[in-house]
Design a protein around this ligand. Structure first.
Ligand code: HEM
Length: 279
């Protein structure tokens, strides 16, 4: 006799969902699944769209974590902050793993729909810029590409008026070691974050006696973790781009791979890297 298929209703699964909130209602699945509008007949355009959209969703989550981590830091909830920072690294790892799927798209696949993209490019991702800004890498030349979307522009300029997450960390470093932030260099509100010797000197004290400064040491290594994953994201991106378009110009107008290689040099927490050569 053939075995009857398992019926989850016998296990209590609710199946009469017409008058109650269901999975699809709660998550707005219909809305999300209705937002992939391919402009060509090319098979791979769907992958290209989904890859970008899912990246933007994870970026949203990353920003959610980073805003809360900064608040936790400002209000002295350091353990909560550490937990969120661990999650940020994992989100970046998730984003890194995604490249494996996109890498299956060949130049032949991409050229079938590249024309339809017009000038659109990840260069115009405001959430990506926001991530850089919240960490502390604040290149205001990147703002111009967002002038056409006032909401995004306002979000970015509002972020620039705030102290970056890294400068908050630096504040904690000075307060803990000096007992005051008097000697702390002014935060970089809207400038690129360059290594500052006073800060590097403080991190050196931490790294040379980690047992006396364990909390700061742990925090510093969390930041290095995050930046390590972030660098891998940039490297995965530029390698995928070279694989797919070689040295052609980007749809956003830049030199493409050459531009992205230059971006590999960006440092989020420079003192923590420069310090290593001194230890
Ligand atoms: C085959 C796929 C891809 C190609 C060929 C590509 C190409 C490029 C190029 C050439 C640039 C430089 C700006 C320009 O002139 O357009 C760029 C920037 C960028 N792309 Fe992609 N990209 C791809 C996939 C992705 C994906 C999946 C994401 C995820 C959101 C992404 C996010 C970004 C971001 C954030 C930038 C700005 C980087 C910066 O300014 O530092 N790209 N991309």
């Amino acid at each position: 006799m053939r075995k009857k298929p398992f019926n989850p209703a016998n296990d209590g699964a609710k199946t009469d969902l017409a008058k109650t909130m269901s999975y699809g209602d709660y998550l707005h699945i219909d809305t999300i699944l209705d937002q992939q509008h391919c402009l060509s007949e090319a098979h791979d355009e769907m992958l290209f769209i989904i890859q970008h959209q899912t990246s933007e969703l994870w970026m949203k989550q990353l920003l959610h974590e980073m805003s809360a981590a900064r608040l936790a830091l400002e209000t002295g909830k350091l353990q909560n902050m550490m937990k969120m920072l661990s999650r940020v690294s994992k989100i970046l790892e998730q984003l890194n793993n995604q490249w494996d799927v996109l890498r299956t798209m060949t130049p032949a696949d991409y050229t079938q729909f590249r024309e339809t993209l017009g000038l659109s490019s990840g260069f115009q991702s405001y959430q990506y810029r926001m991530i850089e800004y919240i960490f502390g890498n604040r290149n205001t030349n990147m703002l111009k590409a967002h002038e056409h979307t006032p909401d995004a522009y306002t979000k970015l300029t509002t972020e620039l008026a705030r102290t970056s997450f890294y400068d908050e960390v630096v504040g904690l470093l000075f307060k803990t070691l000096d007992g005051t932030i008097d000697a702390m260099p002014a935060p970089h509100l809207d400038t690129h974050h360059e290594a500052r010797p006073e800060i590097q000197a403080r991190w050196k004290i931490v790294y040379e006696d980690i047992n006396s400064h364990w909390a700061l040491y742990e925090l510093a290594e969390k930041l290095v973790d995050i930046e390590d994953y972030f660098r891998r994201w940039r490297f995965n991106h530029v390698t995928t781009v070279e694989r797919v378009i070689g040295f052609k110009r980007g749809t956003g107008g830049t030199s493409g791979v050459q531009y992205l290689r230059r971006m590999l040099e960006v440092e989020l927490f420079p003192e923590l890297w420069h310090l290593r050569g001194e230890l």
